[in-house]
Design a protein around this ligand. Sequence first.
Ligand SMILES: [Zn+2]
Length: 256
Amino acid sequence: MSNFKTLFQYRLSLVKRSIPRRGENMDRCPTCQISRPHCICELQKTNNAKVAFCLLMKDSEILKPSNTGKLIADVFKDTYAFIYSRTNPDNNFLELLKNDKYQPYIIFPKDYATDNQVVFEPIPIKNPLIIADNKIPLFILLDGTWREAARMFRKSTVLHNIPMISMAPDILNEQIIDYNNSNYILRQSKKAGQLATAEVAARVLKSAGKEQSAQHLQHWFEVFCYRYNLAKKSIVEYDDSPALNYLDFINNNLKE
Ligand SMILES: [Zn+2]
């Protein structure tokens, strides 16, 4: 299962009807998962940057409407998504790691690196990451709560042989977004400054010198957060400026 939409449909097919999902009563768009009047799908535009992402997703994360890994897949066609399994890693994931076209990096805090693991430290960005000309960087993100991600990394020896782009643990994803003036938080934050998966991806792009792609993803993330929270009625005052800023960015940067 290597595409987010296919993975989502597959995971949905496993849900037993008798177990209601949170927020199930909301009439959601099946694609963006936001309630239909606030759907963002018409705004979606892909970015042609030479980058690839791989989401290793905790099973419980895939169907959460607040998941932001799917936003990465919206923007970058070359995005793979797999259900994480410690004991039985997806063969397509293992094959992907061997694909010559790509230069894989795991995004994680350096404190977790194994002794032999190569570590780059561009996040927070000090020096832009250098990517070989003939390779497409493949950024691997562990998509789950921070606690789950730490466990996923520790238990997966296959991840210990991949060069690491280190990021400070305090900005690592807690899968939280709530719209609060200039802060975007989707779930109740335990710590200020932690980022959602899509924001982490935007920072990684910036560190790889892909400023325009980073901005594209960050704008898309902000559109999602605003509309998601509007649908949840977490926002009282209507101000669709994230969408307007996003469209402005698209019109100025992604001319066909
Ligand atoms: Zn939609």
